[in-house]
Design a protein around this ligand. Structure first.
Ligand code: ZN
Ligand code: ZN
Length: 350
């Protein structure tokens, strides 16, 4: 090697050697809810949802607040068979059918939309164990009208059911929070739109879809905690607005959503899986907080969800609707404003 070439190469070699000793470059987080490894609830002063293994044991040992067991709760709530003629020809207005838990068929401006569709028997990674339905699914996937859009709030098993996803397949377009696109792609689902909080997208034909903040977490295995984002969704078409909260603890996001996007005509709010509070409050609102969320949003009306379908927490299964009704009454909200539907029931709004 001649001397000149060595002089040119030496600094390059030195740079490469020094780079090798440095940690890999990581881009700074784009937004307060982004971290280098995934996502975080960004509100200072609010508890994070991190609970260690000791807390989980303490939760399991808590004998004072025990939910009724599966068998005692089976068939506790009425199950209506939806009127297929009504579903197949929705009117000009807004029509919502509760399919149990966080699953709704929202018929808005000519679009058929599903929220977190779960029509399976268990909210679990395996078919032989884990929370099992106490109220049947009102419909199977092949009894639904043609679905245009599905929105997914997060990857927990009670919200993202592989069997239902496969049954719906590539018929609808799937709108998911950051990180979930590849999971759907791996199942052969190709039409997926992945969004961050506050990002929106217009579905062809004029349905506006906005991904919104929620105070929750994500995990599907022991190794993927908070690597995918969790979210709520805003659906707007033909001048009507529906807010779907997904799973969430209470926080300033409800008021922010109401301020930024306007009052929703309907807010779909979770009211179950809240006990014990020391464990669940960072990730699940209770019925009174759902009523407060309704007020913060300025919602015209709310429909309670995430109750009476799977036993996921320590409260008695019929407590959420009772406390919700009581909290709504003390806030001066009528049963038409704070709505409780039966499984399979359709609400038709003008
Ligand atoms: Zn969840
Ligand atoms: Zn849930």
């Amino acid at each position: 090697m001649n001397r000149q070439l060595a002089l040119i190469l030496l600094p390059v070699a030195a740079l490469l050697i020094s780079r090798a000793g440095l940690p890999a470059y990581q881009a700074p987080p784009l937004q307060p809810h982004h971290t280098a490894a995934g996502f975080i609830n960004p509100w200072p002063g609010l508890l994070q949802s991190e609970h260690g293994f000791g807390d989980i044991l303490k939760w399991q040992r808590g004998r004072t607040e025990r939910s009724p067991r599966y068998r005692e709760s089976l068939g506790r709530f009425p199950l209506r068979e939806p009127d297929r003629t009504v579903l197949d020809s929705p009117g000009e207005g807004l029509q919502l059918t509760w399919l149990g838990h966080a699953s709704f068929l929202v018929q808005l401006g000519g679009f058929n939309i599903l929220t977190d569709p779960h029509l399976g028997e268990r909210a679990s990674p395996v078919s032989w164990a884990g929370p099992r339905r106490i109220t049947g699914a009102p419909l199977s996937a092949d009894q639904l009208p043609p679905i245009d859009v599905v929105v997914i709030s997060h990857n927990h098993y009670d919200h993202l059911d592989k069997g239902t996803v496969l049954a719906l397949g590539n018929g609808p377009a799937w709108y998911v929070p950051l990180g979930l696109k590849s999971w759907l792609n791996d199942l052969g689902i190709t039409h997926v739109v992945e969004l961050d909080w506050w990002q929106d997208s217009t579905h062809p034909g004029g349905l506006s879809i906005t991904c919104l903040p929620a105070r929750h977490f994500s995990s599907r295995t022991l190794w993927d905690r908070d690597k995918n984002l969790w979210a709520g969704w805003w659906l707007e078409a033909a001048g009507q607005r529906v807010y779907f909260a997904g799973d969430t603890g209470y926080g300033p996001h409800f008021a922010a959503i109401g301020r930024r996007l306007g009052p929703p005509d309907v807010a779909l709010l979770p009211i179950g899986a809240y006990r014990p509070r020391w464990f669940m409050a960072p990730v699940h609102i209770d019925p009174a907080e759902a009523v407060q969320a309704h007020l913060d949003l300025g919602a015209v009306r709310s429909i309670a969800m995430h109750w009476g379908t799977f036993i996921l927490a320590a409260e008695p299964v019929d407590e959420p609707p009772q406390l919700y009704r009581a909290a709504a009454e003390s806030a001066g909200l009528s049963p038409d404003q704070a709505v409780l539907l039966e499984h399979g029931q359709t609400l038709i709004l003008p």
